[in-house]
Design a protein around this ligand. Structure first.
Ligand SMILES: Nc1ncnc2c1ncn2[C@@H]1O[C@H](COP(=O)(O)OP(=O)(O)OP(=O)(O)O)[C@@H](O)[C@H]1O
Length: 366
């Protein structure tokens, strides 16, 4: 089977054999059953003097592919470049053109950092190789335009029918904030808000979006329930802070998604701790262990714990992100890791519901 794949004459035979064996046996947190059962090996060729392994990958995990190359170098002293060709699997069937998967980012309570986390996760998914969009469904308090540094933008249309999302740093974004003044939207009520939201989703010219993150309005009222039911959401992620009150509300959020059969991928505990600038000591200003207890109680995952950090706040206020400003810093790395977990868990969600071999899984999807 592999003779065809390894036909390049320029990659020495002994190295090909070692790489093939390593690929066949490699497992990690992201590939518990082996990378070979999930990713499709396309070719191993020499490009510009570098051994290049091309893989078709069904979820965004650029960092994990780098880790694969580093492990090979460490164990066998063979240096390769992994060229991950992302071909994201559509988890839930839907008719919205230009979008593969929709992920709701939700919080039971306002002010826990849902919009900030949405923006940073969007950049982090992008850093993992994906094309990402953000839909700001926070009709009453759209903060995404400001956090993306595009608050003065207004939506246009290329064809006179569909809205063209605003492009910023290769993200596509749409928000009620691009259509009406903030003050106008705050007086909208139930049906009007739902209609506006439906338009943002369905009447927008989305293009090649692997993951559309929806910044949900905070809370678990009628509007949130309607949105969760109306939209073909593949999965939800819950943002909370460690305070009891936020955790109680986050629990209501998980219960709401359970009620409408939307899988909850996990909980992100934001403002989880603070690192002292001087001594580096970790202090849990709002308590500790809450996110963990919550995820255990609801049999979901604690996807990550993010610090309370002034730079996160400053970046959000000035339309920036740690992912762009300091991409190798600790904060960026944490967001990237959470993003890869979300992408992987979303994929495995499909695998769990359809327990077939990965080969069948690839051919089965449209
Ligand atoms: N990890 C963090 N460290 C420091 N500041 C943060 C962090 N996360 C968010 N913030 C700040 O907290 C404030 C609230 O964040 P954000 O607007 O994202 O919350 P939200 O949950 O979306 O609120 P709402 O639901 O009311 O829209 C912002 O000023 C933001 O910069």
């Amino acid at each position: 089977m592999f003779s065809k794949l390894f036909s390049s004459k320029s990659v020495p035979k002994e190295q090909q054999i070692v790489i093939e064996k390593f690929y066949q046996e490699y497992t990690s947190d992201f590939f518990p059953n082996g990378i070979a059962t999930i990713c499709q090996l396309e070719q191993i060729v020499m490009i510009d003097g570098h051994i290049t392994l091309t893989l078709k990958v069904p979820f965004a995990c650029e960092d994990e592919l780098k880790h694969f190359a580093e492990s090979l170098l460490e164990t066998h002293q063979i240096s390769i470049i992994v060229d991950g060709q992302l071909d994201v699997i559509k988890i839930k069937k839907h008719q919205i053109p230009g979008i593969k998967n929709i992920i709701a980012i939700s919080s039971g309570k306002g002010g826990v950092g849902k919009s900030t986390t949405t923006v940073n996760l969007a950049y982090a998914l992008q850093a993992q190789g994906a094309r990402v969009g953000i839909l700001d469904a926070d009709i009453y308090g759209p903060s995404i335009p400001k956090m993306l540094g595009i608050e003065n933008e207004k939506v246009t249309s290329n064809d006179g029918k569909l809205m063209t999302p605003i492009e910023v740093n290769d993200l596509s974004a749409i928000s009620i904030g691009f259509l009406v003044d903030k003050e106008d939207a705050t007086i909208w009520r139930g049906p009007m808000a739902s209609r506006a939201f439906g338009q943002l989703l369905n009447e927008c010219a989305w293009q090649d979006i692997d993951y559309l993150l929806i910044d949900m309005p905070p809370g678990t009222g009628d509007i949130q329930l309607t949105l969760a039911q109306q939209v073909p959401v593949s999965a939800a992620v819950i943002i909370t802070t460690p305070q009891d009150i936020a955790l109680d509300d986050a629990a209501k959020g998980i219960a709401m998604f359970n009620k409408v059969d939307v899988p909850v991928l996990g909980v992100i505990e934001n403002m989880s701790y603070h690192l002292c600038d001087h001594c580096g000591e970790k202090s849990h200003l709002f308590g500790s262990g809450g996110g963990e207890r919550l995820s255990e109680e609801f049999k979901t995952k604690l996807l990550g714990q993010l610090p309370l950090d002034i730079t996160i706040c400053q970046h959000a206020d000035s339309g920036k992100s740690a992912l762009l400003e300091n991409s190798s810093g600790d904060i960026a790395i944490q967001y990237r890791r959470i993003a890869a977990k979300i992408a992987a868990d979303l994929f495995y969600q499909y695998d769990v519901r359809s327990p077939q071999t990965s080969e069948i899984l690839f051919t089965q999807i449209d």
